[in-house]
Design a protein around this ligand. Sequence first.
Ligand SMILES: O=c1ccn([C@@H]2O[C@H](COP(=O)(O)O)[C@@H](O)[C@H]2O)c(=O)[nH]1
Length: 277
Amino acid sequence: MMSRQELIEQIKKKKSFLCVGLDPDINKIPEFLKSYPDPILEFNKRIIDATQDLCIAYKPNAAFYEAYGIKGLQSLIDTYKYLPKDCLSIIDAKRGDIGNTSDKYAKAFFDEQSGGMSFDAITITPYMGNDSVTPYLAYEGKWVIILALTSSVGSKDFQYLQTGDGYLYENVIKKANTWAGADRIMYVVGATKSTEFTNIRAYAPDNFLLVPGVGAQGGSLEEVCKYGITKDCGLIVNSSRSILYASNGEDFADAARAEALSLQQQMQAELEKAGIL
Ligand SMILES: O=c1ccn([C@@H]2O[C@H](COP(=O)(O)O)[C@@H](O)[C@H]2O)c(=O)[nH]1
């Protein structure tokens, strides 16, 4: 469990708002790891060891584990258990379903006695509305991270639709703000949408934003900070492939660290510029 205040303290302590995305791809991980009983777990452990002092969150994306069936689920559970307690643990599951089904998803990812995992936060797609989200909020202290404006090209298909009083993504934020406060809800906003951050902040002035898209997708950390940073930082910026696959040789963990360090140093400069440090 990590409260908003604890998250802010970690950001100040580590001078970082970096989230390392744990999206392991068996075709991209170094060859020598493949002789280990669980190459994905081994890969993740070494990435975590190399980056944990530089980041404040880890975000395994469920798809990268579910793709490998039962073995993948075990890798996810063992990865969860290895995550450092001073980092926010986010399962990027993008779930969303009717209430009794959401109950089961919440149990899978939040109830360690049941599913073997108890992440601090989960990503949720809001399309099915209030009853699809409230089951996650029933878990005290857990975060719900709602997809608002995604980094994808396809975000224009629905998220920018005019809905009478603004874009659909604006209305998603306005509505979700009525379900819980900025101590329980974050929003996903893609780094590729940096020009929208000023607008997003009009609707979500205090919420933390989980921002994927820096690195492989070409989003600019500087632009995100220019329009999105708040007095409490308010940003968790994720990068997955640019860190994980900085090298596919024996030096992959060192290369991942160098990439994470470069992002952390840029973040420190942004925190100083914003008067947070
Ligand atoms: O709008 C979104 C929402 C989620 N993601 C996820 O974040 C990471 C990004 O990975 P990179 O390798 O740094 O591009 C990945 O797990 C996505 O599924 C996103 O990119 N955009």
